[in-house]
Design a protein around this ligand. Structure first.
Ligand SMILES: *[C@@H]1O[C@H](CO)[C@@H](O)[C@H](O)[C@H]1NC(C)=O
Ligand SMILES: *[C@@H]1O[C@H](CO)[C@@H](O)[C@H](O)[C@H]1NC(C)=O
Length: 496
C-alpha cells in the first residue's frame, strides 16, 4: 500500500508539475480572466489550428480563420453538422493517437458530419497551470471561429458539437460561454474534464451546463489523492456519467503500473494515468463503433447505492445512453448516472438487480456465507457468478445486490443458487448442529430462501423466481437449489 501511495503522489506531481522544459514555443500565459476579450475584428489569424478530418485520406486539411476559400478547398459541407474534437493538456507536444481514432469513428458511423480537430498544442504543451490559464484564450478562439462560420456561410451554432477531453472539456466550456449573442452552441461533451484548478470553482470558471444547449460529461479518473483528482469529481453537465463509480476503471489497475514501468520506464506512469483518464474517450468511441451495444446508465445518488442494485429504473427518464447517442434532455439540475463496464471494448454490460429474502434459522448467529449463482437465459447461460453480500445474514430480511453480465443471455429462465460451503464453514456449521437443539428434531436449521426477485436494467423486465421443489425450501452449505419462474412452477403443478 505504501508504494501505491508513493506512486499516487508521483502521478499527481506529474500532472501538476510537468518536467518537460524542452521544445515548444515559449508562450506567455495569455488566458487570465481579464485578458480573454482580445479585439476580434482585426484578428486575422488564430493560434488554434482547425484541421478538417477527411476520411478518404485519413488526413487533415487546415481551415484558416477569415479565409473563406479554405472551407471550399477542404470540402467543408455547410449543410452538415460540425463535430469539433478539442484535446487536453499535452506532455509531449504531439496529437495523441485517440484523436485520430475518434475522428475516424465519427466519420465511419456518421458520415453526414464535418469533423474538425482543434489543435492548440503550442498552448497545451506548457506547465499545467499555464496550460490551464490558456484554456480561456483557446475557448475564445473557438468561439470566434464558430461566429465566423455563422457570419460567412450562415452555419448555425446549434449544429456545433464540441467534444473536449481533460483540459479540452473546459476549453469547450469557455468557447460556449464566450460566444456572443443569446443563442448557445448545440452540444458539449466533456470527456473526463480536468480536475486540478477546476474542482469546486464557480460555473463560470469551468465547464458547466450553461455552456451549450446540451452538456454531457463522462468521469473516469476521479480517484482522490492529496485533495486532488485528475478528472473533476463534481457534476458539470446536464448528465454526468460515472462509469464504475468514476474513480477508477477496470483493466487499469495499479498492478499493471509496475508492468508498464518495467516495459516503458518512467513513461509507464503516464500510460497508467492515461488508462483511466483516457477511458472516457474510448467509452465514447465505443458508442460510435458499436451501435448495437449502447451502454445504459442509471440515475443514482452514489456508487454504493448503485452496487446494491437499487437504481436500475428507467421510469420518468431516469436512465440514459452513454456517449454519442445520448437522449438530449435539458434538466434544471445535473443528474448523476452510474453504470458498470467491461475492461475492454465493447464496454457494455447487462445490469441486474437481485432481491433475495432470507430467513436465517440459526437464531442469534449472523451468517456470513458466500453464494454463487448460475443463470440460464433464452440465449445463453452464465455460470458460477460469485455473490458477496456486504452485510452478513441475520434474522428475516430481504437483501438486494447488483449483478452484471458481459453477454446478453436473453430472458432469464432459471437460477441455480448455491451456498458455497467451504470446508471450514461446513465444519463450523456442523458444530452448530451438535450444540443447538432444534425443535422438531427432523431437520437441521438452515437458511430459507423463499423467492428471488430479479429486475433487468436493460429490458426493465421484472421477474420472480420460486424454488422448483415446494416441499424443500431449506438451503444448506455446499448445496445448490434451482429456482424457476414462479408462474412456470404454478403451471407445472396444475398439469400434474
Ligand atoms: C453536403 O451534404 C449534403 C447532405 O448530405 C449533400 O446532399 C451534398 O451533396 C453535400 N455537398 C457536397 C459539396 O458534398
Ligand atoms: C419474517 O418477517 C415477516 C414480516 O416481516 C413475518 O410475516 C414472518 O412471519 C417472518 N418469518 C419468520 C420465519 O420469522
Amino acid at each position: 500500500m505504501k508504494s501505491l501511495h508513493l506512486l499516487s503522489i508521483l502521478l499527481i506531481s506529474m500532472i501538476i508539475i510537468p518536467t518537460n522544459t524542452h521544445g515548444g514555443k515559449k508562450k506567455e500565459a495569455l488566458g487570465s480572466q481579464s485578458q480573454h476579450s482580445r479585439t476580434k475584428k482585426d484578428q486575422q489569424s488564430l493560434e488554434t489550428k482547425f484541421q478538417l478530418y477527411t476520411d478518404t485520406t485519413g488526413e487533415a486539411c487546415q481551415i484558416l480563420f477569415n479565409q473563406l476559400e479554405t472551407l471550399d478547398k477542404c470540402s467543408f459541407n455547410a449543410s452538415l453538422p460540425l463535430v469539433m474534437i478539442v484535446h487536453g493538456w499535452s506532455v509531449d507536444g504531439i496529437l495523441e493517437s485517440w484523436i485520430w481514432k475518434m475522428a475516424a469513428a465519427l466519420k465511419s458511423q456518421h458520415k453526414q458530419i464535418n469533423v474538425i480537430i482543434a489543435d492548440w498544442l503550442t498552448f497545451a504543451h506548457q506547465h499545467y497551470p499555464i496550460a490551464v490559464q490558456n484554456t480561456r484564450y483557446i475557448g475564445q478562439e473557438i468561439a470566434d471561429f464558430v461566429e465566423w462560420l455563422e457570419k460567412s456561410i450562415q452555419f448555425s451554432r446549434s449544429n456545433v458539437h464540441l467534444i473536449g477531453y481533460s483540459l479540452g472539456a473546459h476549453v469547450s466550456g469557455f468557447a460556449g460561454s464566450y460566444i456572443s449573442g443569446t443563442n448557445k452552441i448545440g452540444r458539449i461533451t466533456g470527456l473526463d474534464p480536468a480536475g486540478p484548478l477546476f474542482e469546486g470553482m464557480s460555473p463560470t470558471d469551468r465547464l458547466s451546463p450553461d455552456d451549450a444547449n446540451f452538456v454531457d460529461a463522462i468521469h473516469t479518473f476521479t480517484k482522490q489523492h492529496m485533495g486532488l483528482s485528475v478528472g473533476i469529481k463534481q457534476p458539470v453537465a446536464h448528465f454526468d456519467f460515472y462509469p464504475n463509480g468514476g474513480t477508477f476503471q477496470p483493466g487499469c489497475h495499479f498492478m499493471h503500473v509496475y508492468n508498464h514501468i518495467a516495459q516503458y520506464g518512467i513513461t509507464g506512469i503516464t500510460q497508467t494515468v492515461k488508462c483511466a483518464h483516457e477511458r472516457s474517450v474510448h467509452l465514447f468511441i465505443d458508442s460510435l463503433l458499436h451501435e448495437d451495444k449502447q451502454s445504459t446508465a442509471y440515475w443514482c445518488n452514489d456508487i454504493n447505492t448503485f452496487d446494491k442494485g437499487l437504481c436500475l429504473s428507467c421510469r420518468k427518464n431516469r436512465c440514459n445512453t452513454l456517449g454519442y447517442n445520448i437522449r438530449e434532455e435539458r434538466l434544471p439540475k445535473s443528474r448523476k448516472l452510474f453504470l458498470k463496464t467491461r475492461a475492454r471494448m465493447p464496454f457494455k454490460v447487462y445490469h441486474y438487480q437481485f432481491k433475495i429474502h432470507f430467513i436465517n434459522e440459526i437464531q442469534g448467529k449472523k451468517i456470513d456465507p458466500s453464494f454463487s449463482m448460475s443463470l440460464t437465459g433464452t440465449k445463453e447461460d452464465a455460470k458460477n457468478l460469485p455473490i458477496t453480500l456486504i452485510e452478513g445474514i441475520n434474522g428475516n430480511k430481504t437483501y438486494s445486490f447488483l449483478i452484471t453480465l458481459d453477454t446478453d443471455i436473453g430472458e432469464l429462465l432459471m437460477i441455480k443458487f448455491k451456498w458455497e460451503g467451504t470446508a471450514v464453514w461446513k465444519n463450523i456449521w456442523d458444530k452448530f448442529q451438535t450444540i443447538i437443539p432444534w425443535t422438531k428434531g427432523t431437520r437441521r436449521p438452515g437458511l430459507i430462501v423463499k423467492t428471488i426477485r430479479v429486475k433487468a436494467g436493460e429490458t426493465q423486465q421484472k421477474m420472480t423466481f420460486c424454488s422448483q421443489s415446494t416441499d424443500n425450501i431449506h438451503l444448506y452449505p455446499a448445496q445448490e437449489k434451482t429456482f424457476v419462474r414462479c408462474e412456470d412452477r404454478l403451471r407445472q403443478h396444475k398439469r400434474k
